[in-house]
Design a protein around this ligand. Sequence first.
Ligand code: UFG
Length: 326
Amino acid sequence: MRVLVTGGAGYIGSVVTEELLQDGHEVVVYDDLSKGHRGAVARGAGLVEADLLDGVRLRRAFEEQRTEAVIHMAAASLVGESVENPSKYYRNNVLAGLSLLDAMNETGVRRLVFSSTAAAYGEPEKQPVEESDPTVPTNPYGQTKLAFEHALQWYEKAYGIRSASLRYFNAAGATPACGEVHEPETHLIPIVLQAAAGRRAHVEVYGDDYPTRDGSCVRDYIHVVDLARAHILALFVLEERSAVYNLGCGGEGYTVKEVIEVARAVTGRDITARTAPRRPGDPAVLVASSEKIRRELGWSPQFQDLRAIVESAWEWMQSHPQGYGD
Ligand code: UFG
């Protein structure tokens, strides 16, 4: 299939691109490189360096590639920043998304897989979270992702564009070529591994008085390759219908303190952890029910064990001490 991947130079987008190419698909990455890295674009993929708000450039990209499907991963994705600067989130996650949909509609591209988020649920009332649970986002990041999901429903009715929205829980891990580099880094696993590598003095545990087994927050970590495989399965479901799926491993999840303990075991290094105040807006527990995607698409994660996920991230960090070098 000929697939255009927006945000394909980012952390998850680069792995989705790798997996698509491995399966023999033809890929064009559309990325403005504001957060992504040129060096993260897999060899074999085309790169259009442009803004999603540039409808003319988008239409040209679709026509030149004769695009059959889009995987839309370009977004702004920091919860805290979204509260400080909602304008950026409405622009990048809603306005730019609508520009993409309009260009798809005008050029006859009718399939889209969308990177959505567990933040669409807000503070869930029960765990594990199911797709039919209430969506009550508590910040502009989750709200703008959900707004785009809603737009997708209407674009399907009016223009026949089918979509699969994948609500990610906590993406983690790396492949030998592609890993996580954010500036600033806010995600737990890379921060813990930076401490292991001596690149930061300690890790702050945001809150140890949550109602969980050790007082720190529980999250559902999913390996980025398992996440990427789900996108490829979702492309094919679009031949028949639209859908929304959670993407996490389910189970018990892991606390922040457990993640640090696993990282100590994987790296063999000391990692100093200090308790810090709670981070505003963090739900105590966020674990996916992934029953629906398992049942309907036959998806099943290869990396169920946090140790393997952390090992892959650590190997990448050691083989790429300067990230992508940009
Ligand atoms: N944490 C720490 N110390 C740190 C960094 C994180 O204790 O230095 C904790 C957080 O408080 C949280 C857990 O580690 O409990 C995981 O935090 P991350 O920032 O790695 O991930 P989040 O669960 O906050 O965020 C993820 C996605 C977001 C999405 C959110 C949904 O990365 O895009 O889930 O709530 F919005």
